[in-house]
Every structure is written in C-alpha cells, then in structure tokens.
Write a protein of this length. Structure first.
Length: 841
C-alpha cells in the first residue's frame, strides 16, 4: 500500500500522530476543548446538550483513531471482506455504546461528574439514529456490532436518509406521524466529499459493433445523480477494531446545476434538478413487511446498490488481482431482496464495462452474493413492474431477461416434463403489467439463501421457494437463526443485571462468549442472589413507570405484573388478540367478587409500536388500545388491578428502558408468519418470561430454555392452512368469550363502535385470516396460568434466572460466525491491541 507522504517526512508525521485519550483526565481535557473550540461555548453557557456534543466529539475522535488503524490493517492484510448491504440500519444512540465498547464509560462518568453533569442526562440528549423500520434494520445494527467485536473485516452499506422512521405521537387515541429530521447535529458521521460516485438513471441502450468488430452494449444519456459517502465508525467491544458503515447521500451531479437558468433569473427552475436529486436519499419508506412499488423506492435501491458496488470494485481493483479472484476477496450479503439490483449491476459492470464473457461473469456474480430472506408474507415479497424498470434502468431490464432466459433453459433441460415449472420459477411474472420477482432473482444470483430461524428456513423450502429446492438441491438453502448483541441488549440496557451476572461469573467475559451464562444455573437456589435479581427487575420497573408517567400521564404501580408487547403494529403480530384479551380481563374483573379480586395479581398491559402510515387496520388497533386504556384506567372500580398503556414513539432507546422492565412479553404471531423475531430474545435475556406461539425463534428459545419456562399457546403452523380453509368452507365457530368482547365493543363501551368495526368484521365476516378466534381461548387460559405462576415469586425468579442462563445461543456473535463459516468463507483478522483494550473494560 503506497503512502502519500515521502519516507523522510514520515517521522514528523508519526511523532504528532493522534493517540486518543485513555484516562479520565484526558477525557475531560478533550471534552472541554471541544466544548470551547468546536462548539464555541464556555463554562458559562454549557448546557446538557453542549455537554453531550463535547463528550460525543471526544469519543468520536477516540473511535476514528482506531478506525484509521483498522482500515490500514485490513488493507495491509489484503484478505476477504464482507459487505453487508441493507436499506435499513436501526442503530439507536451511539454515545453509550461507544463508551462501553472502548471500555471508558467509568472514566467518562467520573469525568462528567467533576465537570458538573450526570452521565445519564448527557446520554439522553442524543437523537436516535432511526434509519430502519423494525426487526430487519435492528438485526443489521446488531450484526455490525458483532462483526466489529469479532474482528471481521466488514463494511455496512446503506442510505443516509435525511428523515428516518417518523416520530409517532398519539392524539385523541390516533397515531399522528411527525417527520424525524435527525441530522441537525450528528457527530458520528464523516462526510467524505472526496468519495463520490455518479449513478445513472433512465436513458437508452445502444448496441453496436465497433471498428475492431467487437459487440458493444452501452447505456447512454439519461440523468446522473451523485452519491456522496458518509462514514460512521462502528466500534467493536473490547477490541481495537472499528469497522465502517458507509451511508450514501444523493446530490445533483456537478453538471446538473443549470447556470444558464440561474443567470437569467430562473432561480427556482435552476435548483429543481438539484432538489430532485436530493430527494433520492431524503426519506426512509416507513413500511415494515410490506412492499409498496413506488418509483422513488426503486431509485433508492439502484442508487445505493450502484454506489456501493462501484466503491467495492474500486477497492478490489487496488489489489491488482484478476477478476476471477473477486469472490475470494469480496462477499456481499443481501439483507432481504432490497439490494437485489446489485446482482444485475455487477453482471452489467463485468460484461458491458469490463468485457468479460457472460458465463464467466455470472460465475463471479453468483459466488459473490448471499441472500437472506426475512419473511414469507406475500405482501412483503418484492415485485417491480417491468415497465417501471424498463423506464428507469433499461439496460438492467435486458440483463434480467437474459439471466431469466439462461436460467429457464437450464430448468427446461432438467425438468422437460414439468411444463408448468417454467412459469412458476420464471423471474418474470406474467401479470398485468408484468413484474420482476425480486426474490427469485436473488436466489438465482446467489450461492446461498438463508432463512432467519429454523421454522422459517424450513417454511421457505417447503412453500415459497420449493421449486428452487428441486432445481438447486437442498444445500443451497440454509438456516442462520437470528441473534442479538448482548452488549447493547444486556450490558448497556440493563447495567445492574450485567454487573450482578459479572459478580457471579467472575468477569464480563460472558459479553464476548454468551454461553458462559450457563454458570448462572449454579446460583438458582442462592437466596441473596435471587433477592438481588428481583430487586433489579423492580428498579427497572420503577424506571419504566416514571417514563410512562411522563410520556402518557398514566400512573402505574411497579408492583403489578408488567405485560409488554412492543413491536411494529401488524395484524400478523396480533396486537388485536392482546387487546381483546385485555377487554376480556376487564370484563372478568368487573364480575369478580372482592375475594376473587384480592387473589388476582394486578397487571399493567403495555403496548408500543408504529403503524405504517397507510396501514388502516394497524392504525385502528392503536386507536382501540388507547380507547380501552381511557376506559379501564379511569374505572375506579378496577383501580390498580388493570391498567392499559400505549407508549408513544417506540424506538431503540425506549426499548432499552422497556425491555429490562418486563415480567411477561408477548410474541403471539399467527404460527408460521413471524420469520424469527428478535425482541423475544432481548426480553428473555433481561430476565422476562414470554407468552408466545410456536412461531419463529420462539421455538428455538423454548428448546434452549425449557418448555417449563415459556408460556406457549395456540395452533401450530401446520394447522394454519386447514383452519383458514375451514373459516370459509366449514363452520367458523367464534369463541363465546371473544363474542362477549365484540359485544362490549359494539355497545360503545370504548367509544364509537364504528371506529373499530373493521377489526371485528375481519374476524366475523372476512375469514379471520390471522386465526384470532382459533387461538383466543388458549391465549386467555395461558394468561390465567401466568397469573397463577406470578403469585409464587420465588418460582418466578427461578424461571427467570434459568432462562437467562440458557440464552447463550442467541448472541449475534454466534450468528455472524455461522454466516462467516457457511456463507462468506472468511476468517477474523486478529488484532494485537486487543488484550490491552480488554483489560480496561
Ligand atoms: O430477520 C429480522 C427480522 O426481520 C423482519 O422484521 C422483517 O422485516 N422481515 C421479520 O418480520 C422478523 O421476524 C425478523 O426477526
């Protein structure tokens, strides 16, 4: 690797090279310096926001020194890198994570204290980086943490949205969406104005033979938009590795600004193109598990894929290796089908620009990509209209047709008798208009396809992709069960629990090897330990109760059982089942004698989550939860026995408060619909028990922690099809208790019954697709069992400890190692500084 500084001058350079603080004093010095110089504040006008900014800048400097070294080390090592392409990275806050990962939180806490600030208040000043919708985006963030912590040479590539997921407010019980402009002050990104890539759209394809008789295909004219790189350092835990997340921002290309118009006074028109270009990276589409074929979204996808690929190739070319080595140097993982155009773009670059023969190029492509499927829901499987692609990316459409042609020829040769097979597996769906099935393109263009939990990986093989299993054989399809990073979801979110665990296990090593938690089982009968365990849960509940009071004005009793369902609002996740259960409980309490009431454990039912702005049913569920809360919370006859709370604007930093405070959390999707779920893992790791269906990762959690520690209910995924069929063609029986709930809604107990009629009639009149009526009875009975079990606190705490002890499997570190072994074929790059850094943590 060449240096831009000549040898004789390097000594001076080395002498003054930045080192980064390692002590409290140095941290204070750096923070005050930033407050006084970068921010132009002083001790007379330094508020908490300025203290946050100064602290963040000090830590940013600290990270970037290691970032530089990491990038140099990885370049020198010249080994394979993994590139994780994701349209979503739901990072949350960065400061606390940075402090913990570099092992300097204690120094920062003391240092800030001496400067007159509480670290908790400072941390809270940070705006969440909310560049994601839900599980998929948060998984990407956990993966980045693990990749860095395990010392893999890895880059994330995404879009730098100016507006992340909207902020949710609740007005009169309805969700209201407020734009989330989060970039007013973001110390965690480095604009790289020198790293730009021009991305082409529209235009036409010119095929001709050049003077030397060579066939040339050239994509011409159209519009150019420039991608500008913004780099976000990703620190690993207890290691000097700091990886890179590169986010692209769109801006008009240098040639786009129309000076002629500007000079002639047409200011508005002159800037119109500029604004159009900037729109591409302006906003995150707020749909989770829902495909909404909008042109701008397709533009986003291509813009980001093209910029990322050209960047990757530029890096590869520096190694001066031949193209056939590309898959040995580069592994690209597609987080869902959103980046599938990268497959087509690489083939285009290799064939059209590099002049490589089609088959040789295709071999390079398929060896490079891996595709992760995250859903079997039909409404979430991406399809793009052929005319739209034709218009926006004319050359890519031709390549897609060619990929399809060669693929179908191969299929025809292998299955000459199965004529229908061709139509079933064709990338092009013969609909009106024709569409491109992105999942099929992703499978055909990748060497491995994985699901995200065992059941889900089996389901994709037996349902939506079953023909492809016949074509490619089962080995192309694999499972990598999701995981979560214990650094954020235990150590950061629940520091007291982490400390207690460390005191028993003798160190924080479990944060790097989560299977070490199993030693906690030795303490399951230790009275003092159990007492402390319960006290920590209680303290976390007090903290959540304070948040609920300030966010909603509702006062809840921390001694009550906290029952939590926080996740995106979706019919398949069945928040409607939960709220119908709450109404059922309310009616039951109203009918109870004083004696019976005394025996009942008071409960707080806590909901949170955003509905996609255009998803009417989901918004109706939010409305019903709030209206039920209004009635129940003000019913003096019920008092503390039941409270219903909707926490507005659920996001990563709220999850960090909510999850450690739960007694029971709900993961109650219709069996076979939730690919994995990851919050189920977070709740259990924080000592909460779960009520759940046999769906997604719930199944593996149950296997690991034991059936006696999980409250399971409901129908199995293999029964779903028959039940649905029966709703239409058989006798659809509605549970009498559920009918009572509907009667109460219809009576207007919770306000205008018309407002909720769509929810009720989805079950009574439209086939109850999500099987709420089928599972209602077992759901309510299981809730009764929870009440009973909760009464015996000693047993409850034992279950909680045992469950945490058995959660080792669900770390995202395990997950990343599995991807590295079975899909990417890469090894970590060991770091010398690691031992030194670790000793400070
Ligand atoms: O795999 C991560 C998560 O992805 C989703 O959120 C998604 O957007 N498809 C799934 O719904 C989750 O089950 C899954 O855990």
């Amino acid at each position: 690797v060449e240096s831009s500084i000549p040898e004789p001058q390097r000594e001076a350079w080395k002498k003054y090279s930045a080192t980064g603080f390692k002590s409290k004093d140095d941290f204070q010095k750096e923070t005050v310096r930033h407050i006084e110089t970068t921010l132009a504040r002083s001790l007379f006008n330094c508020d908490e926001k300025a203290a946050y900014s100064g602290t963040a800048l000090a830590f940013r400097d600290r990270l970037i020194i290691d970032w530089n070294k990491t990038q140099q080390r990885q370049t020198f090592a010249d080994q394979k890198r993994i590139y994780y392409l994701s349209l979503e990275f739901l990072m949350g806050r960065a400061l606390d994570n940075a402090m913990l990962n570099v092992g300097l939180k204690t120094a920062a806490k003391e240092g800030l204290g001496e400067l007159g600030f509480r670290i908790e208040d400072v941390i809270q000043q940070e705006h969440d980086a909310a560049l994601g919708n839900g599980g998929l985006g948060r998984l990407a963030a956990c993966f980045l943490d693990s990749l860095a912590s395990l010392n893999y040479a890895a880059w994330g590539y995404g879009l730098r949205y100016r507006y992340g997921i909207f902020k949710q407010e609740i007005e009169n019980g309805y969700q209201v969406e407020i734009p989330d402009y989060w970039l007013d002050f973001n110390p965690w990104e480095f604009p790289r104005n020198d790293v730009t890539i021009d991305v082409q759209f529209y235009g036409w394809v010119n095929k001709y033979t050049d003077d030397e008789g060579k066939q040339i295909t050239s994509w011409q004219d159209g519009e150019i938009v420039t991608a500008v790189a913004y780099d976000v350092p990703i620190p690993g835990y207890g290691t000097a590795t700091v990886n890179n997340l590169r986010l692209w921002s769109s801006k008009a290309s240098a040639g786009e600004f129309d000076f002629a118009k500007f000079n002639s006074g047409e200011y508005e028109n002159a800037v119109a193109d500029e604004q159009r270009a900037e729109t591409i990276s302006a906003v995150l589409y707020p749909n989770d598990n829902m495909d909404r074929g909008k042109e701008l979204r397709l533009k986003q996808q291509y813009f980001w894929c093209a910029a990322s690929l050209h960047d990757i190739i530029r890096r590869f070319k520096k190694s001066k290796r031949p193209w056939k080595d590309f898959p040995e140097q580069v592994a690209i993982q597609l987080n869902d089908t959103h980046p599938t155009l990268a497959i087509v773009e690489l083939q285009r670059i290799l064939v059209d620009l590099e002049g490589i023969e089609w088959n040789a190029a295709w071999e390079i492509v398929t060896k490079t990509f891996g595709y992760t499927n995250h859903t079997v829901l039909p409404e979430a499987l991406e399809k793009w209209s052929v005319p739209l692609i034709q218009h926006l990316l004319p050359r890519h459409l031709q390549i897609i047709y060619d990929i399809n042609l060669y693929f179908l020829q191969q299929v025809e040769r292998r299955f000459p008798k199965d004529r229908d097979m061709l139509g079933r597996v064709s990338i092009i769906e013969e609909s009106q208009p024709k569409t491109v099935r992105m999942a099929y393109l992703a499978i055909i263009g990748s060497h491995k396809v994985n699901g995200v939990a065992e059941l889900h990986s089996d389901l994709i093989k037996t349902t939506i992709f079953k023909d492809f299993v016949k074509i490619y054989g089962p080995d192309k399809f694999t499972n990598v069960t999701n995981g979560i990073t214990p650094r954020r979801w235990l150590h950061q979110a629940n520091p007291r629990l982490s400390e207690l665990i460390a005191s028993k296990l003798g160190s924080y090593e479990f944060l790097k090897d989560l299977t070490l938690l199993n030693k906690l089982e030795n303490f399951v009968d230790d009275k003092d330990f159990k007492k402390e365990w319960a006290e920590i849960k209680y303290a976390n509940k007090v903290r959540l109760a304070q948040h609920i009071l300030s966010a909603t004005g509702i006062s809840v009793n921390p001694k009550a059982l906290f029952d939590v369902q926080v996740k995106r609002i979706h019919e398949y996740k069945r928040q409607q089942l939960n709220i119908f259960g709450v109404i059922h409980r309310y009616l039951a309490i109203k009918n109870m004698s004083a004696e019976e009431r005394k025996k009942l454990a008071p409960r707080v039912s806590i909901f949170g989550g955003k509905a996609a702005p255009g998803y009417w049913m989901a918004k109706t569920i939010i409305h019903l939860v709030n209206k039920v809360g209004d009635v129940v919370n003000n019913d003096k006859d019920v008092g503390d026995l039941l409270k219903v709370v909707f926490i507005p604007d659920y996001n990563v930093s709220k999850a960090e408060i909510i999850i450690p405070a739960s007694d029971i959390s709900e993961h109650i999707s219709t069996a076979g619909t939730e690919a994995s779920g990851t919050s189920n893992m977070k709740f259990v790791l924080n000592g909460g028990l779960v009520i759940g269906t046999l769906d997604g990762a719930n199944i593996e959690i149950t296997r690991e922690i034991g059936e006696q520690n999980v409250f399971l209910f409901g129908n199995l995924s293999e029964d779903v099809e028959d039940l649905r069929h029966n709703h239409f063609y058989g006798n659809h029986q509605i549970d009498p208790e559920l009918n009572k709930v509907f009667d109460e809604i219809k009576k207007g107990t919770f306000g205008d019954e018309g407002a909720f009629s769509s929810l009720v009639s989805a079950i009574l009149d439209h086939g109850d697709y999500y099987l709420v009526s089928d599972d209602f009875n077992s759901y309510c009975k299981t809730q009764d069992l929870i009440d009973e079990t909760y009464k015996n606190q000693d047993e409850w705490v034992s279950k909680s400890i045992t469950s945490v002890a058995r959660m080792g499997f669900f770390t995202s570190d395990r997950c990343i190692n599995e991807y590295a072994d079975s899909i990417w074929n890469i090894e970590p790059l060991q770091v010398k500084e690691e031992a030194e850094v670790r000793s400070r943590t």
